[in-house]
Design a protein around this ligand. Structure first.
Ligand code: C2E
Ligand code: CA
Ligand code: CA
Length: 729
């Protein structure tokens, strides 16, 4: 299997997706009937629990003996890929592994296929959860109203489910012991009714009632239930169907509302004509209250008592159907607390829970009369706003929410500063269905997080396109590595005092047959999020080191080769070894290799990063601090970080012309750096004015379009020749 080179092997081995490489087996007619495993990676082993040794060389139907259990026809799916050469993508539930899989399959050569699975069970479950919860509760509700006996069982069941305090259960029992059944009758000829003593007690009549006109009795029935009760009587009398109704009664003695269940039958004379109604009534207030509690619980969040996801979705559905007739919009705000997980992990769940309750209170305080605030789960909340005429109307509310997060939360004397990211989608502009609106608000929220949190975003269609492209880019990176689609450009750096070439910065480009020519700004952050930056970075380092060696050997020119290193790479345990390997493999002089790091490396692991940088420095490598002044920059870092070079970010250079050369910041940095024996390099220099200013500020190393854009390898020769000519002259 010479198909996989050493490089690919390591990628495949360390990938956090399962990888299989297989050969399709066909019958005489060429129809795929099975496939044979040629190669699987580590993740596959841990994922399936099967050891590679026991799988390689075997057929799918041997490895998965219950393959017929799989709903999806994997053999046909892969067969199609291997035989037509067309890549394919699917999401399936695998019964064998009890997981949802996202599968991408490619055909490296005819009759073979490579498949990469990722476990998307969590994602699918979330989706499923929503649907199921809704379903479960509506089922529950139906059952509840079925009959009282069943209700009691339900109560017990739900009781267990929610561990309700047993107190109310005792109440229920007591009421059953005390509770008596009253019987009553109505004479259909006279319209007079009679009730037993128990009936009188239920009604709160203190004295024995004489016969009561039925319509007078109705006065004690709750207004909203009168119509319903009347209907039931009508059906009983006209249709001779047993009556079984629930209604609220206002007690005559204290005006308290109680719930009554009445069951009645018709008495007919010998000719079949109805003469009397015979009924029984009992107090079901306790049961009813319990039922209402259950319904409340089914639709409210246990922790904060806010409406829950099911409730929110019901209301949203309802709002959408109403909004058409009102000719107004409906807005959904998705709120997600920033860094909540960290708080939970460091301070503990009980503080996390208390914090959520406080958060719920503060957000609630922003709500107007008809707004609905719900907790969707975890640290996610949502707001439903109806009758929106114009999107801008929502902004004041959003701003108000932001304000209530300004003060820290005090939980058990921990002062916690919290911010929130929000995404907004509006019906009908941003989606026609509940699902689309939620998804798009969520997407906008993610965008807000991506832009640095503590902010909000209104959904727009571009976000969706961006996300699709992002997913696409991520999925194509492994292929790009395999197919050598990445290339390095090199941007020269000059010393202005002498005009000499200082070195080159290696900058990656991606020439993708499918996506076109991609800028690193578009794919580096995606590669960082997915961890693929590690493999990319390894390639950049190796390639740039080889190029550096080439320059010194072929052109006999000793200049620096600068390589950008992502914070994620620096966190890899074997990073130092990797650099050593790149040096020894290429033969580059370590003094001519420079690694550019950003202040980002310090955020999570300050001491560790400094240790690694020191090790690299010991090898002789130069360390440059990139993008200085853009992030968490603090001049105090300069003293602590073992760096040789400070790259002043383009944004400061850009300001030069607009500020009438009053840019004292650059001067301050340069003079401080020089005191600390750190070289300064200005990047993004585009015109002479900037150059002049920088020289005046005593920054003598420059990189920028003014001298040259990043160029492909083929143009390096020209740059070096010019430099050599200049030196000779
Ligand atoms: P950076 O490290 O700050 O690189 C400088 C960027 O500024 C480069 O953009 C360069 O083309 C651009 N630039 C240089 N001079 C000028 C100028 O005068 N005017 C303007 N407008 N731009 C100038 P590029 O190549 O698109 O790279 C963007 C960023 O992507 C880099 O910013 C770096 O953070 C990242 N990147 C590039 N290659 C790699 C890589 O191999 N590994 C990692 N981890 N990141 C890389
Ligand atoms: Ca750089
Ligand atoms: Ca930079």
């Amino acid at each position: 299997m010479g198909y996989f080179g050493e490089f690919d092997k390591s990628i495949i081995e360390n990938m956090i997706s399962a990888f299989i490489y297989c050969k399709i087996i066909t019958d005489e007619k060429g129809t795929p009937i099975d496939y044979k495993y040629i190669k699987v990676n580590k993740y596959y082993e841990s994922y399936t629990g099967l050891s590679g040794k026991n799988v390689i060389g075997k057929r799918f139907k041997e490895v998965v003996p219950k393959s017929e259990d799989e709903k999806f026809n994997w053999v046909e799916f892969y067969g199609n890929v291997a035989l037509t050469g067309k890549s394919a993508y699917t999401e399936q539930f695998s019964k064998t592994y009890d997981k949802w899989l996202q599968v991408k399959a490619y055909c490296p050569r005819e009759g073979f296929f490579v498949a990469i699975y990722t476990d998307i069970t969590d994602f699918k479950q979330k989706e499923q959860d929503l649907i199921e919860k809704n379903h479960k509760f509506s089922q529950l509700y139906e059952k509840i109203v079925d009959s009282e006996e069943e209700l009691r069982q339900q109560v017990e069941e739900v009781n267990k489910m929610y561990t309700i305090v047993t107190e109310s259960e005792n109440k229920l029992k007591r009421s059953q012991e005390l509770g008596q059944i009253g019987n009553w009758e109505i004479d259909l000829n006279t319209g007079l009714s009679w009730g037993s003593e128990v009936c009188d007690r239920l009604n709160g009549f203190n004295e024995k009632q004489q016969k009561l006109k039925h319509k007078d009795f109705l006065r004690y029935v709750h207004k909203e239930d009168r119509e319903n009760l009347d209907k039931a009587f009508n059906i009983l009398v006209k249709g001779n169907k047993k009556m079984d109704v629930e209604y609220r009664l206002i007690r005559a003695d204290n005006n308290k509302v109680i719930y009554i269940n009445s069951i009645a039958e018709l008495e007919l004379d010998s000719k079949g004509k109805p003469t009397r109604i015979l009924g029984i009534s009992r107090d079901i207030t306790n049961v009813k209250e319990k039922e209402l509690t259950i319904i409340h619980m089914a639709y409210h969040d246990f922790l904060t008592d806010l409406p829950n996801r099911s409730f929110f979705i019901d209301k949203l559905k309802n709002a959408l159907s109403l909004s058409g007739s009102k000719n107004s919009k409906v807005a959904v705000i998705f709120l997600d607390l920033d860094n909540f997980k960290k708080i939970n992990d460091t301070l503990g769940h009980s503080i996390g829970d208390k914090l959520l309750i406080k958060v719920a209170e503060r957000i609630s305080s922003c709500m107007r009369k008809d707004d609905i605030l719900a907790r969707l789960g975890g640290d996610e909340f949502s707001v439903l706003i109806e009758n929106v005429k114009n999107k801008d109307e929502i902004i004041p509310l959003i701003e108000k929410i932001n304000t209530v997060f300004e003060d820290p939360f005090n939980i058990n004397n921990n002062l916690i500063n919290l911010t929130v990211s929000m995404g907004i989608s509006v019906y009908p502009d941003d989606g026609q269905t509940v699902g689309a609106l939620l998804k798009n608000a969520d997407m906008a929220m993610y965008k807000a997080k991506y832009l640095g949190k503590d902010t909000f975003m209104l959904f727009n269609i571009k976000m969706k396109e961006e996300l699709t492209r992002k997913v696409k880019i991520e999925s194509m990176i492994p292929i790009a590595l395999k197919n050598n689609e990445f290339i390095l450009y090199y941007q020269p750096q000059y010393e202005t005092k002498t005009g000499k070439l200082r070195g080159f910065e290696a900058l990656i480009r991606w020439n993708s047959p499918e996506l076109g020519f991609l800028n690193p700004l578009e794919f580096i952050s995606i590669a960082e999020e997915s961890g693929l930056i590690v493999q990319i970075g390894e390639w950049v380092l190796k390639t740039a080191a080889i190029m550096g060696k080439k320059i010194s050997e072929i052109y006999d020119t000793q200049v620096m080769m600068s390589v950008n290193i992502s914070p994620i790479q620096l966190k890899q345990k074997n990073f130092v070894n990797l650099v050593i390997e790149a040096i020894s493999n290429s033969g580059i002089n370590p003094k001519l290799l420079e690694l550019e790091v950003t202040e980002g490396v310090l955020i999570d692991s300050y001491d560790n990063s400094i240790e690694i940088l020191n090790k690299l420095k010991e090898i002789g490598i130069s360390i440059a601090l990139d993008d200085f002044g853009t992030g968490y920059s603090s001049l105090s870092y300069l003293k602590k970080l073992p760096i040789n070079v400070l790259k002043i970010d383009k944004c400061f250079i850009d300001e030069i012309e607009s500020r009438d050369n009053e840019n004292t910041f650059v001067e301050t940095i340069v003079s401080l750096a020089h005191k600390l024996n750190i070289e300064t390099l200005a990047e993004g220099v585009e015109n002479e004015e900037q150059l002049k200013y920088l020289e005046k500020a005593q920054c003598y190393t420059i990189q920028g379009y003014y001298f040259s854009k990043p160029v492909p390898e083929s143009m390096i020769e020209g740059i070096i020749k010019r430099n050599n000519d200049l030196l000779k002259a």
